[in-house]
Design a protein around this ligand. Structure first.
Ligand code: IPM
Ligand code: MG
Length: 370
């Protein structure tokens, strides 16, 4: 079996961190029988410049054909003033929607070596391991109407539409419950059922799926604003948090910052399993952005991208041992005191992107031998 990968490095630090992932891919090919072919294509601002759209038709086709997609980052100040449909971020939204990547998995893990790096007290975050399961193809991101119109009195009026159907809520709830079973078996479902009817339906459907299919999992319902507060108050009370597209966007940034290692966190976006072939689309990206201020300087932290590839090994290819090997290699590098600028601490050794990649490879070599 040869895996077909598509690499979409994108903008800013995207290409630099993706280059380190490619070295890791090679290592797994050489040492662990990970046979793959990799196509490369442009997305975001890079694609706008060269191809006139944030993601071209040809690239969409490559994405549809790939077994898994490794994505870097998109966006930058150069395109900030672009009209809505010419913003680099549209690439991400189109890929999510057309590949039907409805389940976004965002782990917020506090690495032991980095527990002093959080703005929260070490005892609050030490050992933190949360998984945010964000609905990714519905809600206010895609609901229609979505428009700015001019009223008869000349005033302008903007509308975004929050919309969810039963089946959209059911499938994301199933993902969250199934993942909780592999962890501590707790799901918190966050919505605003006190003010939004979409929240009322969300809560009802999550409860129904729980009662019918996952009665063994502990389920709590929490209002999204309270969830935001609890995440900084006592984050370790959470295991899996399932929530909609917009709340998931906000809560996942908050959870990431709580870990103190936002530059370290990977993510996976998954589609539905094809009932016939068992195939499931997988899209992997670091949750940090394109960081234009440090782009091209060799300073970026490649670990979130490398850990995203670990998620790819686990979720797209069921290579659980390889995934955990890679995760342990990254932890070893941190334990050895190596840090990129974003996670630098007193007394540690600051390195650049490439040296961090070198260290991960060396750590993989060492582990493969032992
Ligand atoms: C994210 C990002 C995106 C989102 C942007 C870049 C469109 O913030 O993946 O969390 O809002 O979903
Ligand atoms: Mg976001």
């Amino acid at each position: 079996m040869t895996y077909k990968l598509l690499l979409l490095p994108g903008d800013g630090i995207g290409p630099e961190v993706t280059a380190e992932v490619e070295r890791v891919l090679n290592w797994f090919q050489k040492h662990r029988g990970f046979a793959y072919t990799a196509e490369r294509a442009l997305v975001g601002g890079a694609a706008l410049e060269a191809e006139g759209a944030p993601v071209s038709k040809a690239t969409m086709q490559l994405a549809l054909d790939a077994d898994a997609i490794l994505f870097g980052a998109v966006g930058g100040p150069k395109w900030d003033a672009n009209p809505f449909d010419k913003k680099p971020e549209r690439a991400l939204l189109r890929l999510r929607k057309e590949l039907e990547l409805f389940a976004n998995l965002r782990p917020a893990i506090c690495f032991d070596a980095l527990k002093d790096a959080s703005t929260l007290r070490p005892e609050v975050v030490s050992g933190l391991d949360i998984l945010i399961v964000r609905e990714l193809t519905g809600g206010v991101y895609f609901g229609e109407p979505k428009e700015i119109t001019t009223l008869p009195n000349g005033e302008r009026r903007a509308v975004d539409t929050q919309v969810y159907t039963t089946s959209e809520i059911e499938r994301i709830a199933r993902v969250a419950f199934a993942l909780a079973r592999l962890r501590s078996n707790n799901v918190a479902s966050a919505e605003k059922s006190n003010v939004m009817v979409s929240g009322v339906l969300w809560r009802e459907v999550v409860q129904t799926i729980h009662d019918k299919e996952f009665p063994d999992v502990n389920l709590t319902h929490i209002l999204a604003d309270n969830c935001a507060m609890q995440l900084v108050r006592r984050p370790k009370q959470f295991d899996v948090i399932v929530t909609d597209n917009l709340f998931g966007d906000v809560l996942s940034d908050e959870a990431a910052q709580a870990t103190g290692s936002i530059g370290m966190l990977p993510s996976a976006s998954l589609g539905a399993k094809d009932p016939k072939t068992g195939k499931q689309r997988g899209f992997y990206e670091p949750i940090h952005g394109s960081a234009p201020d440090i782009a091209g300087k060799g300073l970026a932290n490649p670990l979130a991208s490398i850990l995203s590839f670990a998620m790819c090994l686990r979720y797209s290819f069921a290579r659980v041992e390889d995934a955990s090997l890679l995760e342990r290699a990254v932890e070893a590098v941190l334990n050895n005191g190596l840090r990129t600028g974003d996670i630098m601490q007193p007394g540690k050794t600051q390195v650049g992107t490439k040296a961090m990649g070198d260290a991960v490879l060396a750590s993989l070599d060492a582990m493969a031998k032992s």
